[in-house]
Design a protein around this ligand. Structure first.
Ligand code: SF4
Length: 162
């Protein structure tokens, strides 16, 4: 079983009530191979919600208490992001997932890049909170960009370890 960011399956769970639907990811759910999760909704945040960024580090720093997640109105939403990450992990572990396909650049789901905490649309290298927690628990995290590249190259089974 694979865990995927719910917005990649067309669920309107993004902060602006949008989604990032990828047809091939929806197919995985239809085939019973993938479970969609949205850590920010699982953490109790509403949809729509204010956009948030990690200030002072990345998802690993948030988990270690060295950085905070702050929304664009200055509200500290760290607790919701961490709770949502643990709820998503609980689902992933219950399903026996060893791989997750998560939305790049999100403060929860980003696996290579995240926004830099200035709300100026600038990115920096780093993991989102859920991506960092998954990795700590042995779940391999790949982005939708890696998924699409593997799909294009005919290497999807290799990427997902099937
Ligand atoms: Fe998508 Fe993850 Fe953001 Fe939810 S938390 S909207 S699944 S990127």
């Amino acid at each position: 079983m694979i865990v995927i960011s719910a917005c990649l399956a067309g669920v309107n769970c993004r902060y602006d009530r949008g989604h990032n639907r990828i047809a091939a990811i929806e197919d995985l759910i239809r085939e019973g191979k993938a479970l969609p999760v949205c850590p920010e909704q699982l953490g109790g945040l509403p949809t729509p919600r204010n956009p948030a960024e990690i200030v002072g580090g990345d998802g690993d720093d948030v988990l270690d208490g060295r950085a905070r997640v702050i929304d664009n109105q200055g509200r500290d939403v760290t607790q919701a992001f961490v709770q949502g990450a643990y709820q998503a992990l609980r689902i992933a572990q219950a399903a026996g997932a060893r791989v997750a396909v998560l939305k790049e650049s999100s403060p929860s789901c980003g696996s290579h890049r995240i926004y830099d905490g200035t709300f100026r649309k600038q990115k920096k290298p780093g993991h989102g909170v859920t991506a960092a927690l998954f990795r700590r628990h042995g779940i391999r995290v790949v982005s939708e960009e890696e998924f699409l590249a593997a799909l294009e190259a005919g290497r999807i089974k290799e990427l997902l370890g099937e």
